[in-house]
Write a protein that binds this ligand. Structure first.
Ligand SMILES: C[S@@+](CC[C@H](N)C(=O)[O-])C[C@H]1O[C@@H](n2cnc3c(N)ncnc32)[C@H](O)[C@@H]1O
Length: 428
C-alpha cells in the first residue's frame, strides 16, 4: 500500500498460497491495522523516544501490526505477537530494531489497562483519533451530518462490511436453500427483497451455487441504484462506466439489451468473465448483454432508451470496505474527479434519445461529486428534468427530494447517490 498499490489487489497477489483460515487471519490483521492506524500511532508515539518520525517505515509497520495483535486480536497470545514481530523486524532491519520492537511491545503489553490515548479537546480531532480517520475528512462530515451521525459513520467504517449476494436465475428461497446445503447461512436484507446476507465466514467461490452461476455479490446500495434507475421493460440501456458489472446485471432484469462499457480493458475482461460464470450470452445475435472497452467522455453509440453513468469517484461511501482509502484521499481529489464526472455526465446526455432516461450515480458522500455535479448539469441542460421512479420501486427511506441517497450511518449499507433524469426534448 505504501507503494501506492490498492489493498484488495495487493492482498490477492500476496496470499494465494494461504489456506482459507490463514487468509482470514491475515485479512483481519491488515484491515484492522489500517482501520485503527491513527489510534495505534498515538499509542506508539508516546512510547518511542523521538516519536514515530525517527523510525523506518518498515519498523513502524511491524510495530503497528504487533500492537494491533496485542490489543485487539484475542486469538494471538502476547508472547507470540511480540516474538513474531521481533523476528520479522530483525530479519530486515537488524538486531537493534529487534531490541526496540521487543521493548516497545512489552511495554504496551504491560500498560494495556491504561493504554488509550487522551482525546484532544477539539471534537473533530477527538473523533478523528477515536475512530482513526483523517481530521480533515471528519471535519467535512461533521459540517454535513453533525457530530452524532458522523460518530456513527466513523464507527461503522471500522466494522467488517457485510457480504450480500443477489440470486441469478433462481429465486432467493431456492438460493438460500442451496447455500444452506453448502453450510452457508444467510438472512434477508431490509429494503432489498431477494438479496441475501451471508452471515458466517466462508470462501464463497468454493460453494456449489457460485460454480453454477446462481448469484453475484452486490452491496444493497448498488442494488438500490439499479432499481432506482428503473429502466423501462424491454429497453436498450447503456452503462458507460460498467465494470465490474453488477449494476448492468441488475438492469438486465428489465432491459432487452444492456451495453456494458468501461474504459479499462482489464476491468472489462474481468466483467466478461463474471458474466461468463453466470452463463450470460454476450456474443450471439440474441444476446442481452454486450461488453466493450470505451471512454465515457466520448461515447460512440447511437442514442438509447436509458444511460447510466456510475462515475469514478472518491468512494467515501465505501470506506468500510476499503480501509486504505481514507488514507489515500486528498482534498484535491474532489476537484479532479468532479471535472471528470461533469465531463462524463455531459457526454452521456448526448446519447440519450428524446424522452429517454439519464441516470447519474456515485458511491461518494460528498456534495462536490453528487448534488453539485447534477445541479450544474441541470442548470445547463434545461431539456433534462429529475424524474424519480414510480412510488414503491424503492423505499422512501432512501429517497430525498427525488434523489437516491443511501447513507451508511442511516441505512447500514455502502453509501450511494443517484439522480434519474428524463430528457424532455432534443434532436438526438
Ligand atoms: C464506480 S466504478 C463502476 C462500478 C460498476 N458500475 C458496478 O456497479 O459494478 C467506475 C468505473 O468507471 C470506469 N471509468 C473511469 N473513467 C472512465 C471513463 N472515462 N470512461 C469509461 N469508464 C471509466 C472505471 O474503470 C470503473 O470501472
Amino acid at each position: 500500500m505504501r507503494a501506492g498499490h490498492m489493498l484488495d489487489q495487493s492482498f490477492e497477489r500476496r496470499t494465494p498460497t494461504l489456506d482459507a483460515r490463514d487468509r482470514r487471519w491475515v485479512q483481519e490483521l491488515v484491515w484492522g491495522v489500517l482501520r485503527h492506524r491513527e489510534r495505534l500511532d498515538a499509542i506508539l508515539a508516546t512510547r518511542i523516544r523521538g516519536g514515530l518520525s525517527v523510525l523506518d517505515d518498515g519498523v513502524l509497520d511491524i510495530l503497528r501490526l504487533g500492537t494491533y495483535q496485542l490489543l485487539s486480536m484475542d486469538s494471538v497470545p502476547p508472547y507470540a505477537a511480540i516474538g513474531q514481530s521481533v523476528e520479522a523486524v530483525k530479519r530486515k532491519h537488524g538486531i537493534g530494531a529487534g531490541k526496540l520492537v521487543n521493548a516497545v511491545l512489552r511495554r504496551i503489553d504491560r500498560e494495556r489497562a491504561t493504554i488509550e490515548p487522551a482525546l484532544p479537546a477539539d471534537p473533530v480531532d477527538a473523533l478523528a483519533l477515536q475512530h482513526s480517520h483523517p481530521s480533515w475528512v471528519v471535519g467535512r462530515w461533521v459540517s454535513q451530518f453533525g457530530i452524532a451521525e458522523t460518530a456513527q459513520l466513523l464507527a461503522l467504517n471500522n466494522t467488517p462490511a457485510p457480504v450480500v449476494v443477489r440470486p441469478h436465475g433462481v429465486q432467493a428461497d431456492a438460493l438460500a436453500e442451496s447455500l444452506t446445503q453448502s453450510d452457508v447461512s444467510t438472512r434477508r436484507v431490509p429494503l432489498v427483497p431477494e438479496s441475501l446476507e451471508i452471515t458466517g465466514p466462508v470462501a464463497l467461490t468454493e460453494v456449489d451455487a457460485f460454480r453454477r452461476g446462481q448469484f453475484y455479490v452486490q452491496d444493497p446500495a448498488a442494488t438500490l441504484v439499479a432499481q432506482y434507475a428503473h429502466v423501462p421493460e424491454g429497453s436498450v440501456v447503456a452503462d458507460l462506466c460498467a465494470a465490474p458489472g453488477s449494476k448492468a446485471l441488475e438492469m438486465a432484469r428489465r432491459a432487452r439489451l444492456v451495453i456494458a462499457a468501461d474504459r479499462s480493458e482489464s476491468r472489462v475482461d474481468r466483467m466478461r468473465s463474471g458474466f461468463d460464470r453466470l452463463g450470460i450470452d454476450t456474443t450471439s445475435s440474441n444476446r442481452a448483454m454486450v461488453t466493450l472497452v470505451a471512454d465515457a467522455t466520448q461515447p460512440s453509440i447511437d442514442p438509447v432508451d436509458a444511460v447510466l453513468v456510475d462515475v469514478p469517484c472518491t468512494g467515501t461511501g465505501t470506506f468500510r470496505r476499503h480501509p486504505d482509502a481514507r488514507w489515500r484521499l486528498q482534498a484535491s481529489d474532489f476537484a479532479v474527479l468532479g471535472a471528470l464526472q461533469r465531463q462524463i455526465l455531459t457526454a452521456a446526455a448526448a446519447v440519450v434519445r428524446p424522452n429517454g432516461l439519464l441516470i447519474y450515480s456515485t458511491c461518494s458522500l460528498e456534495a462536490e461529486e453528487n448534488d453539485e455535479v447534477v445541479d450544474a448539469f441541470l442548470a445547463s441542460h434545461p431539456d433534462f428534468v429529475v424524474e424519480p421512479p414510480p412510488a414503491g420501486v424503492v423505499s422512501d427511506a432512501v429517497i430525498d427530494r427525488g434523489r437516491l441517497r443511501v447513507l451508511p450511518q442511516q441505512h447500514g449499507f455502502d453509501g450511494a447517490f443517484a439522480v434519474r433524469m428524463r430528457r424532455t426534448s432534443g434532436s438526438a
